[in-house]
Write a protein that binds this ligand. Structure first.
Ligand code: FMN
Length: 344
C-alpha cells in the first residue's frame, strides 16, 4: 500500500486523499452532516452556487455552512470575472475553507451562458475569472474541470498548467469530455496526462465506486487524491473506507441493513430540519432510495418511497423493510443450519 501523505491545498492541509465534489441537489448541509458522522477529514464541497444569483440574493441557503463540518468549500459557477470575484468574497465570509470554480458542468442550461464546461472553450476568459477570484479572497481557490469540450479539444493539460501559473491550489479532473456527459468510462490515462502537466495536487475523478477502484485510480493516474461523487449517495461512509484502505490496506465493513435504514431516517430528519417537511421529504426520497439499494426484497419498498409525504410514512416503510430483511437473514441461517446438519 502506498503511504498516504497529507494533501496541501494552499494553507489548507488535509489528512485524507478523498474529495467529495459538488453534486447539485445532493451535497447539501444534510448530506454533508451524514458524511461527517464517519469522516471528519475528507474534503467536501457544497452544491454549485450561481455567482449571478448571489448578486440578487447574497443569502443563498446553498452557501450556509455549519461550524463542525470543516474542511468544506463552496463551489461557484459563472463567467463574469467581477461577478465571480464578488461572489467569492461572499463565500469567504461564510467561512468556506476554499472556493472551487466550476469548469465541468455539462448541462446545456449552464453551458449556453458560457458557464461550467463552456469555460474550457474560452481559456482566456477562464484565466481571467480565476485571477479575479484569487485576487478577491485569501482562501485557496481550486478548479474542477473535464478533459475538454469534446474529443477534438481535450485541452485540460494546457489549461491546467495555465491555471496553476495564475495561482490555483488544487485541481479536480473528471475523466470525460463535456460532449460525453456521463456516458462511457472515465478515461484515467488522460487524467494522468493532466496530473503530469502541473505540480499542484490533482484529484482524479470518475467512476470510482469502491476503495479498490480508488486505489487503482491513484495507481494509474499518480494523482494526490481521488474525487468520488455518485458512489457516495446512500454510502456516506465510503470516503472513510477509502482512506482506511489507502492507509492500511483494509477497511471497516459497511453498516448492517438495520444501521443503514437508521441512517436513512437520520438523513431524512436532517433534511426536514433544514428545509421543512414538504421540501425535505421530496428531496429525501432519492436519498432513501439510495440507502436501500441492494437490500433483499427492497424493489417494492423503493417504489413506495417515491410516494411518501411525511417522516411517519418513511418510518413505517423502512421498519417494514427492516423486519423483512431480518426474516430473510433468519431463513438463510435456517437453510445453512440444515445443510450443515445434513453434512455431518
Ligand atoms: C446529481 C449530480 C450533480 C452534480 N453537480 C455538480 C456540480 O454542482 N458541480 C460540479 O462541478 N460537478 C457536479 N457533478 C459532477 C460530479 O461532481 C462528478 O464530477 C461526476 O459525477 C463524476 O464523478 P463520479 O463518477 O464519482 O460520480 C454532479 C454530478 C451528479 C451525479
Amino acid at each position: 500500500m502506498t503511504k498516504m501523505k497529507k494533501i496541501k491545498i494552499g494553507k489548507l492541509e488535509i489528512d485524507s486523499c478523498v474529495y467529495i465534489p459538488p453534486m447539485a441537489g445532493v451535497t447539501d448541509l444534510a448530506f454533508r452532516k451524514m458524511v461527517r458522522l464517519f469522516d471528519k477529514e475528507t474534503l467536501i464541497a457544497t452544491e454549485m452556487v450561481s455567482s449571478k444569483a448571489l448578486m440578487y440574493n447574497p443569502n443563498q441557503s446553498l452557501m450556509k455552512l455549519s461550524e463542525d463540518e470543516h474542511p468544506v468549500g463552496i463551489q461557484l459557477f459563472g463567467h463574469e470575472p467581477e461577478v465571480m470575484a464578488k461572489a467569492a468574497i461572499l463565500a469567504e465570509a461564510q467561512r468556506a475553507d476554499f472556493i472551487d470554480i466550476n469548469m465541468g458542468c455539462p448541462a446545456p442550461k449552464i453551458t449556453k451562458g458560457k458557464d461550467g464546461a463552456a469555460l474550457m472553450r474560452e481559456p482566456d476568459l477562464a484565466i481571467k475569472i480565476v485571477k479575479a477570484v484569487i485576487n478577491a479572497v485569501k482562501i485557496p481557490v481550486t478548479v474542477k474541470m473535464r478533459l475538454g469540450w469534446d474529443e477534438c479539444s481535450k485541452n485540460s493539460p494546457t489549461l491546467a498548467a495555465d491555471l496553476e501559473q495564475v495561482g490555483i491550489c488544487a485541481l479536480t479532473v473528471h475523466g470525460r469530455t463535456r460532449e460525453q456527459g456521463y456516458t462511457g468510462n472515465a478515461d484515467w490515462e488522460s487524467i494522468r496526462d493532466v496530473r503530469k502537466s502541473v505540480s499542484i495536487p490533482v484529484f482524479g475523478n470518475g467512476d470510482v465506486r469502491s476503495p479498490f477502484d480508488a486505489a487503482k485510480l491513484l495507481e494509474v493516474t499518480g494523482c494526490a487524491g481521488v474525487a468520488i461523487a455518485r458512489a457516495t449517495m446512500g454510502n456516506p461512509w465510503l470516503s472513510m473506507q477509502i482512506n482506511q484502505f489507502i492507509k492500511t490496506g483494509t477497511f471497516t465493513e459497511e453498516p448492517s441493513i438495520d444501521e443503514k435504514l437508521d441512517l436513512a431516517i437520520k438523513h431524512l430528519g436532517e433534511l426536514i430540519k433544514i428545509k421543512g417537511t414538504v421540501v425535505g421529504v421530496r428531496e429525501g426520497r432519492r436519498h432513501l432510495i439510495n440507502y436501500t439499494k441492494g437490500m433483499p426484497n427492497s424493489a417494492e419498498a423503493r417504489a413506495q418511497i417515491g410516494q411518501i409525504n411525511t417522516m411517519q410514512e418513511a418510518e413505517i416503510l423502512l421498519s417494514r423493510l427492516k423486519e423483512e430483511s431480518l426474516n430473510q437473514v433468519k431463513n438463510i441461517n435456517l437453510v445453512k443450519d440444515k445443510e450443515t446438519a445434513n453434512l455431518s
